[in-house]
Design a protein around this ligand. Structure first.
Ligand SMILES: [Zn+2]
Length: 991
């Protein structure tokens, strides 16, 4: 993504007419490097916003306001269904074909509580317009076949398709997806707050769909919803990137041809303000063996200002950050220090995706009878702050954070354009000024000036919107061992009621319908249908790799890598300590060391003071662990990586914070240490159900390579068991734990083997290198190597019981690293199977939310995964058959070409400057040279049937007997599966 400091010259002025469009407004925003055009399509009154800049990753998004009138999940089911083909592109799964066969850098669809957005992005112009063209046609002219509705929404079927007297089941992709969401405590809490804070608005309905209500949705209502809301007159088109406004309008002219204005009633009404606070309580599922103590979550939520009142919104953002945004936030600190709960509720902070904002704060790991005490504590703190005001440094820290993030060129998982799009829709969706919240650097300057004139500005905000605001909700979520069973009984009763009504002829009709659906799903699209999709060819792909500038210096036993890149005045530092010498029994402790080093106090600063300094002078300091195989697969690297981002002007201050953290960390703040340990345990525990497939992969792969073993030890269930044991017996452990941690830190923070990586432009690199000197002076010492651990402690058939209504099934094979001739075939094969066979068998026919396979050369793994899967033993059979299918039936040339294009798309995924610096460092660790990467790319580009079958498939067949399986699912479900699985799963409970 190319970036420069200015905004492009405008190509139109306000009032200009071009084709069917009128340019309403043109604004140059040099602070965020954008020239913005607000445009109207006159025949339909469709609204268009173009953010013109120099970013080659162009983004196109269509948004419709889709207020749900019930919880049948209509907007969500429609979101899935429009992507299943239009009249012009009648592919069964157009989304999947675009996803796999284009150079998209982002393609997705999102259902929000009040809107649905369809974004696509690409760095290649031809590809970008292909994607945008098909996406527009899909949303405006979808086929919406009955079969698609049944598949994505809900349908009845018999557990044995050939026996109309076998058990009746409800299936459907969204149905299963939402059953997964309704098992997750975090989403249940979020839902309770949304529905009860805005009870008189559309937000009382779940746009995603409540599993017990989804089956009441009819096909007719589904079609009517599309007719009502998916017209250009109800659409907002958002475009972003370096393609000119004129070219964008030429494209839209063609897309909107033939449409005229139709009246749409989709306004989102505001919630009426309450005169008095309210409360609500509910349950979330835990395992049947878990104890109930310290598992309640208590939240307080306020309904705040309207998104349209942007000045207040920014003030509320700053206040929210000051209250809970850092460890020094007085509200956060008072809650965690109170001992009333284990740590802060995960649903904490400002929520902006509603017409009126909400602020939520609370405690996790508490008891329901503490609700009144917690409520009083929160109100006391707020009263105190209204009287005394915030500490100046807290507000300065908040302002610095906004300035920093406004300046930073950031592309994480999402394109940069997506972040700007989010800001635009917060006002635009409610008919406000789309630019109101866009130019945040200027907005922040205005606030800074206002604050100078009105020193009590933030106190007044706090009084008005928190203390004197009766629209407040107290939400208590209690753990329940029976919740899961009750939910399942509810679904079963619902089905039994339906089954009881069915006459024999109805039963035959259900079976026939299901059979028809299955036939529809298994029939491939015809070659002519496939050819309707505009595609790019392998010839359109660049044969060259992207080279990241990298200089290496090796001054006495350390290595400095520097990457000269435009970073808009921000310097990035990675400091990677070698941890391969840390003995195996101490390795599980490393994740906590990372957390404690930045979470506790250091030097003369308490943890709260340190957190304030970090917010004032850096864009964040983080520490994490990473490991991988070196090219060739013989050696490994294992690192603890300290990462810091800072504005050039703050480099010296930031380095002195870093020195304090590395050398003067204070390990005696025991209360805080306990909070961090419990928070670490709770976060990891809460992550299991939403990312069950990742945890299953970690468990399966742990015995296959050293990096995979470390991954399980640091981030998987093994880590959860370790940190849980530490927390459960904290009183007994706390005497020795600080000494162990201090000793471990001593062993890690060594000069020997240290690698530093700096990313900035030339001026920034020089400043950073100079300032680093003082940090490096403090380092000394040498290391002695540790013995390699034995990887045989893990079962190869593991079943982990979790409280979930769906399964996560993983199977991993050992695989070679980069440098092997097999790397390119395995890479292409993983995409081919993911988007082809597995997608079809596990998602489309099996009703799971996802089925995929991954080749991970860094850990030396080839894995099959399923996500929110109603099946278990069938899925394992599908994995087996996937390889056999590919082997026997062969792979068509078209499929291979598509997989090659998708693979190149994945290799060329755009990275932000810090991402590029990091990637270069990891390549350095693994010894992956640009020559090797170029060789790999060429092998991918010239992939053919022979290389895939003689290389990839043959290899996987050879290592079949080394595969390891892990399943995360309900305990009963796995026992049932064990009746047919041979060998059976060795079942254990999660903790
Ligand atoms: Zn979905």
């Amino acid at each position: 993504m190319a970036q420069s400091p200015s905004c492009p010259d405008p190509g139109f002025i306000a009032g200009d007419k071009y084709l069917d469009f009128e340019i309403i407004r043109v604004a140059c925003l040099p602070e965020i490097r954008q020239t913005v055009y607000e445009i109207m399509h006159l025949p339909t009154k469709a609204r268009i916003l173009h953010l013109h800049n120099v970013d080659s990753e162009n983004l196109y998004a269509v948004c419709f306001r889709t207020p749900p009138s019930d919880s049948t999940g209509l907007p969500h089911i429609l979101e899935h269904s429009v992507l299943a083909g239009s009249e012009k592109y009648p592919l069964k799964d157009a989304f999947n074909e675009l996803h796999r066969g284009s150079l998209q850098t982002f393609i997705n669809a999102f259902t929000y509580p009040d809107k649905t957005i369809y974004p696509v992005a690409s760095q290649v112009r031809k590809d970008f317009f292909n994607l945008a063209r098909v996406y527009t046609d899909l949303v405006l002219h979808p086929r919406l076949l009955r079969e698609t509705f049944l598949q994505e929404g809900h349908h009845l079927e018999f557990s044995d398709p050939d026996n109309v007297n076998s058990e009746l089941l409800i299936s459907g992709v969204v149905y299963n997806e939402m059953k997964g969401a309704y098992s997750s405590p975090d989403s249940l809490m979020y839902k309770a707050i949304q529905e009860n804070l805005y009870p008189d608005t559309v937000y009382r309905n779940d746009s995603g769909g409540a599993p017990h209500i989804i089956p009441t949705l009819t096909y007719e209502k589904f079609l009517a919803f599309h007719r009502a809301y998916y017209s250009p007159s109800n659409a907002r088109f958002f475009l972003y990137g370096d393609i000119s406004t004129r070219d964008c309008l030429d494209f839209l002219q063609e897309m909107l041809h033939g449409f005229s204005e139709i009246p749409v009633e989709s306004r989102i009404e505001a919630q009426k303000r309450w005169a008095a606070p309210r409360s609500v309580s509910g349950f979330y599922p835990i395992g049947i063996d878990e104890n109930l103590q310290a598992k309640t979550v208590i939240n307080m939520a306020w309904m705040l200002a309207e998104n349209l009142d942007y000045e207040t919104v920014i003030l509320l953002e700053i206040v929210s950050w000051a209250l809970v945004g850092s460890a020094a936030g007085p509200l956060r600190k008072a809650l965690v220090d109170s001992g009333l709960g284990e740590d802060l509720s995960p649903v904490t902070g400002l929520e902006k995706d509603f017409r009126q904002l909400a602020f939520v704060v609370g405690l996790r790991g508490t008891e329901s009878d503490r609700a009144p005490v917690i409520e009083t504590l929160v109100l006391d703190i707020l009263t105190q702050l209204v009287e005394t005001g915030f500490e100046r440094d807290l507000i300065e820290g908040a302002l610095h954070q906004v300035e920093f993030h406004g300046k930073e060129i950031r592309r994480g998982v999402y394109p940069y354009g997506i972040a700007l799009m989010g800001r635009v829709f917060h006002t635009w969706l409610y008919d406000g000024d789309p630019l109101a919240g866009l130019n945040f650097p200027v907005l922040i300057d205005d606030i800074r000036q206002r604050w100078q004139g009105e020193p009590d500005l933030f106190q007044r905000v706090l009084r008005q919107w928190f203390l004197e605001n009766p629209h407040r909700l107290l939400s208590v979520m209690k753990p329940s061992r029976t919740y899961q069973g009750e939910q399942e009984a509810k679904y079963r009763n619902q089905l039994n009621a339906i089954a009881a009504e069915l006459e024999p002829s109805d039963r035959r009709a259900v079976a026939a319908d299901a059979a028809r659906l299955r036939r529809f799903q298994t029939e491939a699209d015809s070659p002519e249908t496939m050819a309707s999709l505009p595609v790019i060819g392998v010839g359109d792909l660049s044969p060259e790799i992207d080279v990241i500038p990298s200089q290496t210096e090796i001054p006495n036993d350390l290595t400095i890598l520097s990457h000269d890149l435009f970073t808009n005045g921000i310097a990035y530092l990675h400091m990677a300590f070698d941890i391969s010498h840390i003995p195996d029994e101490l390795q599980p402790c490393l994740p906590l060391l990372c957390k404690l080093m930045t979470g506790l106090g250091a030097g003369t600063s308490s943890y709260a003071e340190l957190s304030k300094r970090i917010a004032l002078k850096t864009g964040g300091i983080g520490i994490h662990l990473a490991s991988g195989l070196c090219v060739g697969g013989q050696d490994t690297w294992q690192r603890m990586i300290v990462h810091m981002r800072m504005l050039y002007r703050n480099i010296p201050d930031a380095m002195s914070i870093l020195e304090d953290i590395l050398f003067r960390g204070n390990l005696s703040e025991m209360t805080r240490m306990k909070e961090l340990v419990f928070e670490g345990r709770n976060n990891l525990h809460a992550a299991v159900v939403p990312s069950g497939h990742i945890f299953a992969k970690r468990s399966a792969a742990a015995s296959l390579s050293l990096p995979a073993y470390r991954e399980e030890q640091w981030h998987g269930r093994s880590q959860l068991l370790y940190v849980n044991a530490l927390a459960e017996k904290w009183e007994a452990n706390m005497a020795k734990f600080p000494t162990d941690i201090a000793d471990l830190r001593q062993r890690v923070i060594q000069r020997k083997g240290l690698v530093l990586s700096l990313t900035a432009d030339e001026a920034g690199l020089q400043l950073a290198e100079e300032a680093l000197g003082s940090v490096l002076v403090g380092l000394s010492g040498s290391v002695s190597p540790a013995r390699e651990p034995s990887l045989h402690g893990f079962s190869r058939r593991m079943g982990i019981a979790i409280p979930a209504q769906v399964s996560y099934v993983a199977e991993s094979f050992p695989a070679p690293t980069y440098g092997s001739d097999l790397a390119a075939p395995l890479f292409v094969l993983s995409r081919l199977l993911s988007n082809g066979y597995l997608y079809k068998k596990i998602r489309v026919e099996g009703g799971a939310y996802g089925g995929m396979c991954q080749y991970d050369p860094t850990c030396g793994l080839f894995s099959f995964l399923s996500y929110r899967d109603p099946h278990l033993e069938r899925t394992l059979t599908v994995y087996e058959e996937a390889l056999r299918f590919a082997n026997q039936r062969g792979l068509s040339e078209e499929e291979i070409q598509k997989a090659v294009i998708g693979s190149i798309g994945a290799l060329d995924r755009p990275m932000d400057p810090v991402g590029r610096g990091f990637a270069a460092m990891v390549r350095y660790f693994s010894g992956l040279t640009d020559e090797e990467r170029q060789k790999f790319r060429r092998a991918v580009l010239s992939m053919n049937h022979e290389a895939l079958s003689k290389g990839g498939l043959k290899y996987l067949d050879r290592v079949k007997n080394k595969a390891a399986v892990a399943v995360y699912a309900g305990g009963e479900r796995m026992k049932q599966a064990n009746n047919v699985l041979d060998p059976p799963l060795e079942i254990e409970t999660l903790i």
